[in-house]
Ligand binder design. Structure first.
Ligand SMILES: *[C@@H]1O[C@H](CO)[C@@H](O)[C@H](O)[C@H]1NC(C)=O
Ligand SMILES: *[C@@H]1O[C@H](CO)[C@@H](O)[C@H](O)[C@H]1NC(C)=O
Ligand SMILES: *[C@@H]1O[C@H](CO)[C@@H](O)[C@H](O)[C@H]1NC(C)=O
Length: 954
């Protein structure tokens, strides 16, 4: 990526506001019971969340159910019970569910049902209408195989019921084959006031953890207010590993083999780090990369050999050869790392091939070779064809050693990196742009720092339908898991054999277990079978990425069939949730890694009215918003003032204004899970509201919030306004300072639109008030819709326009960039680019400088980015429409026939109106000429009220 496309990813200013939630003892909508029950049997975790809610009102109400689950998990059941009737979610093939329920999908209801939040969690949410004085029970089940990383398994349970609950329980039961060797209960829910609510019992191979906070504790704990608890319970543990040949479990014709020998000498590494230093790594990313590399170099063992490659459009090596990690070499390498500067474009192909060549030139007996690529962008220099890069890299590596790809931030094409890694026996990991990115990099390195075995092959006699059985490397702290079906029913004993290469020689581990002894133990039930299905689905989907043609289809089909059979909501399936009383059906899809929720705030409320200012109000030239995320917090814990804003904070002085937001989105501190895209700050003194875009605020636990605030608008009660611009304060400090400057021009109250008439020389024009979200164009017959949002402040046009086509094409155009997704690979463009093209069957996007030419089916629209008088805005110009169809939306009226009567009266159909001779700027052309027009009321041109042409969501 080059410098031009750095960072700006604003997704529009959204108003997220406060509601003064009164504290009541008896809630109208009362979650009277909330249980989480997690059972882990030999690393396989099945978790059930049950929420019971009563509507205590004398009228029916919408009741919400909203929970967070680990990304790695598959939902396997969802059930609602209302008035004695149960409604089960049904898992179907994704396309089938999508087709059947395309209406729900196109309205966007499905989009929010499961969405990615933060690094490790997904949010599931739904709602149902509950009759007066009735109850509803929601039950959600999800399953996951706990993966051993750095010597531990981790079970994460998130609890955020949204209100204090009388009967609140988390029960965890873990049962492993071998004894538990290590156990720790962590997370926000296990600390301070809540610590006494946690109880842990451990006995041999079993663990019980309960968390039963009283209602009192749910409100009195740090950061808990009327919204109750919000936090994680994290249980980490490990098991004894006495048998080097691993642990074998068998039940009902299925087996699982956990292989993780510990008593082995480490194998020296040949490791090459390939580091992106393109312009987009500028700032904190390159700083963190340097920090991480210095630490990683310090951790190399003295018999490791290493190489360093840095690249932009040019590929540079520290030394042409791999060198031993001697003190002297490490010192030199560290000096080199400290000098790494960002610049230029991204030649991934050249850099990786260089790394492969270096490793190949340096064969060593008894060593393990590893290639690690760190990049934050797409290939933009050298070979840029993604498929050709993948083919080149695969051919060069030839299956000889693994390639790990670390994608830094969200501007990377993660699919590309993932495929390249999977094709070369490695894996891809996302590094989240955050203040702990250096720790994430180090953490990844630690996982692969200690190879113990290479070329690991696991064999089973009399078994079939095996999950992956060969692994290029086995690292200390990890675990190899293989599951399969026992196909030979006559077996008395089941035999395992593992062949691998250790530091000094070939090794073989063998074991055999009597099938009779183990089978039929009640607690095994069918978890092994489910584990096998879970693992097979995951691996077939990964495999599918690297395959082509029939093989690809076969892998996909196998994953799909198993997902359907075991009712897993996977990327190939969806769950259809049907509700009572003809309410809308919802469809839950599993989001892809890195997928941003399409509508992050769908419960945005109106900005509450603030009381008028006292006469003594003065303007402040400048103020500082400390940490945006941190600033969110006081509003929640403070008492609501008369205006609905906390009375305790931000009244006087230059301190940060309190931030307020919809309580549904961010729970109380200290953990902010949400991806915050915008926040609204307000005080009742002299700044009425501040709207700040927080970019890439993707924070998971722990409570580290670091966001980049680009700009904000403050409006005071006298109609004065100020534009605030802020910058990210860089690596360590998380303060953002806003400089308040006067807006360049007084705010317009409307935007003027032009409509031509084929039989009249002069076009008509009409004004649309600002702050409207408009339906621009809609053609239900071709499933096309285009909506736009006008700039709220000082704007002459749109800040964001969103197009939806069929069910899977979504194009978001904002003044800061363009994002397109066809349900698979998202594509991003940045304004001002050299001519760039993206074409699929029915969609074409051509970007040239500040013009984006979009064709979707039979609709063609050109979007112009206008920059004028310090204002930047978008304007759509329709160039082609389908013929013979009535189109909805304000741009659907392209040719309005009118009659000019004497004294500037204008007649359309049977209506007459007095027009005003005026002018308008034609933003449909780059030159934006000024034209004469007849100004008439909107109603008159559009033959409807403004409300007929507005939408609540883009
Ligand atoms: C949790 O679920 C397991 C398995 O369904 C069940 O045996 C157990 O009784 C449940 N525990 C509680 C406390 O509900
Ligand atoms: C519900 O209760 C309120 C206040 O108790 C009352 O004013 C209202 O009429 C009741 N509504 C119905 C539908 O019974
Ligand atoms: C593997 O990890 C364990 C536990 O972290 C450690 O005790 C052991 O020394 C490590 N083995 C090697 C060869 O580094």
């Amino acid at each position: 990526m080059d410098r031009a496309s750095v960072g700006v990813t604003l997704f529009g200013l959204l108003l997220v506001c406060a509601t003064a939630a009164p504290t009541k003892k008896e809630r109208d909508i009362d979650i009277y019971s909330f249980h989480i029950n997690s059972t882990v049997t030999s690393r396989y975790a099945i978790t059930v969340i049950t929420s019971r809610v009563a509507n205590r009102l004398n009228e029916s109400k919408e009741v919400h159910f909203q929970v967070k689950i680990p990304k790695n998990a598959f939902i396997s059941k969802f059930r609602m019970t209302i008035e004695g009737k149960t409604y089960d979610g049904v898992v179907k093939q994704k396309e089938e569910a999508q087709q059947q329920y395309s209406q729900a999908v196109s309205r966007g209801e499905s989009a929010g049902m499961v969405s990615s939040v933060g690094r490790t969690l997904e949010e599931f949410k739904t709602s149902v209408t509950v009759a007066a004085f009735s109850k509803v029970t929601f039950e959600l089940t999800y399953e996951e195989l706990l993966i051993r990383r750095l010597g531990k398994y981790k079970l994460l349970i998130n609890a955020h019921p949204m209100q204090p609950v009388a009967d609140f329980k988390v029960d965890v039961y873990i049962k492993e084959g071998p004894d538990i060797s290590f156990l720790e209960v962590k997370g926000g829910l296990s600390t301070n006031e809540l610590a006494s609510a946690v109880s842990t019992t451990r006995s041999g191979n079993e663990v019980w953890v309960t968390f039963y906070p009283t209602r009192e504790q749910q409100t009195k704990c740090e950061g808990c207010a009327e919204n109750g608890l919000n936090g994680d319970l994290i249980i980490t543990y490990d098991v004894e590993r006495l048998n080097p040949s691993g642990e074998l479990q068998i039940a009902n014709g299925y087996f699982v083999h956990y292989f993780s020998p510990t008593d082995i000498q480490r194998i020296p590494k040949n490791v090459v780090f390939i580091i992106d230093r393109s312009g987009s790594m500028h700032g904190r990313k390159i700083h963190q990369t340097r920090l991480a590399m210095l630490k990683i170099l310090g951790d190399l063992a003295s018999d490791d050999n290493f190489g360093l490659i840095t690249f932009d459009s040019q590929v540079d090596v520290w030394k042409r050869e791999l060198l031993q990690a001697t003190e002297r070499n490490l010192k030199q390498a560290k000096d080199f790392v400290k000098q790494i500067q960002d610049r230029g474009a991204t030649d991934i192909n050249g850099a990786v091939l260089k790394g492969v060549e270096m490793i190949k030139r340096h064969p060593r007996e008894g060593s393990a070779s590893i290639l690690i690529l760190l990049t934050d962008g797409d290939p933009t220099a050298g070979e840029t064809d993604i498929e050709r890069i993948q083919a080149n890299v695969k051919e060069a590596i030839g299956g000889k050693f693994p390639l790990y790809c670390l994608g830094f931030g969200f501007d990377v094409n993660f699919d590309f990196l993932e495929k390249m890694a999977l094709e070369n026996n490695g894996l891809a990991r996302r590094i989240y742009e955050d203040s702990d990115a250096d720790l994430q990099l180090q953490g990844f390195y630690e996982e692969v720092a200690t190879p113990l075995l290479t070329d690991v092959q696991l064999n089973y006699i009399g078994a079939g339908h095996l999950t992956q059985t060969s692994f290029s490397h086995y690292y200390n702290g990890s675990e190899i898991v293989v599951a399969g079906q026992i196909t030979d029913n006559s077996l008395d004993t089941f035999q395992t054999e593992v062949i691998a290469i250790s530091k000094s020689n070939k090794v073989k581990y063998e074991d055999s277990v009597s099938v009779k002894d183990i089978a039929g133990m009640p607690e095994h039930e069918n978890f092994i079978q489910r584990l096998w299905a879970y693992l097979t689905v995951k691996q077939r989907m990964e495999k599918e990425v690297t395959l082509k043609g029939e093989e690809k289809e076969a892998a996909k089909k196998e994953a799909l069939d198993l997902s359907l059979k075991y009712k897993f909501v996977t990327p190939l399936t969806s769950m259809v949730v049907t509700k009572p009383h003809e309410e809308d059906t919802q469809v839950a899809h599993k989001p892809k890694e890195g997928e941003q929720p399409r509508r992050p705030f769908d419960r945005v409320q109106a900005l509450p009215q603030l009381p008028p200012l006292g006469s003594g109000a003065t303007k402040r030239p400048m103020f500082s918003l400390r940490h945006p995320g941190a600033a969110v917090m006081p509003a929640l814990s403070g008492q609501a003032g008369p205006s609905g804003f906390p009375a305790s904070a931000g009244r006087q002085g230059i301190g940060p204004p309190p931030f307020v937001h919809s309580p549904g989105y961010f729970g109380p501190p200290p953990i902010v899970h949400s991806r915050v895209q915008s926040v609204v700050a307000a005080d009742d003194y002299d700044v009425q509201s501040v709207v700040a875009d927080v970019v890439d605020g993707d924070f998971g636990p722990p409570p580290i919030v670091h966001s980049r605030v680009q700009s904000a608008v403050a409006v005071d009660d006298y109609g004065g306004a100020a534009l605030l611009t802020g910058i990210d304060a860089g690596p360590a400090p998380t303060a953002v300072t806003f400089q308040m400057t006067d807006l360049p021009s007084p705010p317009e109250s409307h935007v003027r639109f032009l409509v031509t008439s084929s039989r009249q020389p002069k076009p008509l024009c009409y004004d649309v008030p600002l702050a409207s979200k408009l339906r621009l164009l809609m053609d239900p017959s071709s499933e096309f819709s285009m909506n736009g949002e006008l700039k709220l402040y000082g704007g002459k046009g749109f800040k964001k326009i969103v197009l939806h086509y069929k069910t899977n094409h979504h194009l978001t155009i904002s003044t800061s960039g363009i994002r397109y997704s066809d349900g698979q690979t998202p594509v991003k463009f940045v304004w001002g680019q050299e001519p760039t093209k993206h074409e699929t069957d029915s969609v074409s996007l051509i970007l040239k400088n500040d013009e984006l030419n979009v064709t979707m089916g039979t609709v063609r629209v050109v979007f112009l980015l206008h920059k004028k008088d310090g204002d930047v805005f978008l304007w759509p110009a329709v160039r082609q429409l389908p013929q013979g169809i009535t189109l909805q939306g304000i741009l659907g009226k392209t040719d309005v026939q009118y009659e000019l009567l004497p004294q500037s009266w204008i007649k359309i159909k049977d209506q007459e109106v007095l027009a005003e001779a005026s002018t308008a700027t034609d933003h449909g052309h780059a030159s934006a000429p000024r034209v004469d027009c007849w100004l008439v009321p909107l109603r008159f041109v559009l033959q409807g009220e403004l409300s007929d042409f507005t939408v609540s969501r883009l």
